[in-house]
Design a protein around this ligand. Sequence first.
Ligand SMILES: Cc1ncc(COP(=O)(O)O)c(C=O)c1O
Ligand SMILES: [Zn+2]
Length: 414
Amino acid sequence: MARPECLECIRCRQEYPLDALDRQCGRCAADGVASNLTLRYRAASVPRREELGAMSGSLWRYAAHLPLAADKPVTLGEGMTPMVVVEGFGHGPIRVKDESQNPTWSFKDRLATVAVSWARGTGARMIATSSTGNAGAAAAAYAARAGLPCVVLTSKGAAPAMVSQMRAYGAMVVAVPAMDDRWRVLSQAVRELGWFPTSPFFGPAIGSNPIGIEGYKTLAYEIAEQSGWQAPDWCVLPVCYGDALYGMWKGFEDMRRWGWIETCPRLVAAEVSGSLAAAADHGMDMPPAMPRNSASVAASIDTNRGTYQARHALKESGGVAVALDDGALIDARDRLAAGSGLLAEVSSAAAFAAVDALGASGTILPGDDVVAVMTSSGLKDFGASGIPQPDAPEAMPDLESVLRVLDDAYGCRG
Ligand SMILES: Cc1ncc(COP(=O)(O)O)c(C=O)c1O
Ligand SMILES: [Zn+2]
């Protein structure tokens, strides 16, 4: 394990104690910027790639760079997900990091395994999260694995598959009227009852639990290792609070500092609000809240405001943000599924829609090495995201009848 020293502000480097998981940087808040804290480790000798040893079955292969010992984690075998080549987006083939193959079928397992391991190690009595989807499902699963109770504060209308998943893991799921209510209740429970929060719990959002975000560094480590220690030119992610974007950037920066890779890839935030794009256009540290008339089909990334941590990762990596509408997301999801056999949650399809947009604008060039992170499975938001759910057209039990139906319904002539 790497030995944690303290938490520090991502923006101004102000130090905070390791148990300051319930606050943002006060100094930056006074400047009007809501900045998350991040873990700083005690100085150690520069690690060598060769010390990683043989491939293993989970992201705890990289335990030397995580804040817990490899024999301690609450694990379900998360990470070490495959990289798959697909065509049809941007200029040419791109590589997809298929995070739907994690234990709860999303990339949030990387955060949950580290956060819940830390929670158990520090004697937490209750895991708590504010979530309508993947983060809640992951927290619930890892809490179950740890033998800890879990409360998920959610909203009415959350994707039914995900609520069922949380309940199946034994989480206590409660819907409260609005996002602000979720945060207010959770803040009070953290303060007064000592619940361990894995998600954001006050606004403007700074991002999730900084210990959990360390888990996303392994996305960078895996991508680099799967690329023969050659960083891709671009890594594209669907972004809400930017936890994965920031954690992945931190992982790439580690490796650059250690001499494992030469450069950090340029990171792309695929967002629905346009908040990070507006912050870049106007040179703002704090992404602005954007006016919105209706909810996005991409419920998992549907925030009207980006975070400082996401802005920081984009700025430092020379990256860009791309704002996407529902039509582009659904189209990318459908083309990916029918063209490549990968069914993404519609929020995850944002990464592919962003590659299209950046290819068309000439930002991503032919020949660039592009990795898109497919953060979650399309089975998670069936019904909620416009995946058609028609009954199969019926035929009589003979080939002639089946061929007639194939022709009528699908225009297929055998
Ligand atoms: C499927 C999916 N993709 C992307 C995101 C964005 O996550 P982050 O907060 O790391 O930006 C989420 C967040 O809930 C998600 O569920
Ligand atoms: Zn600060």
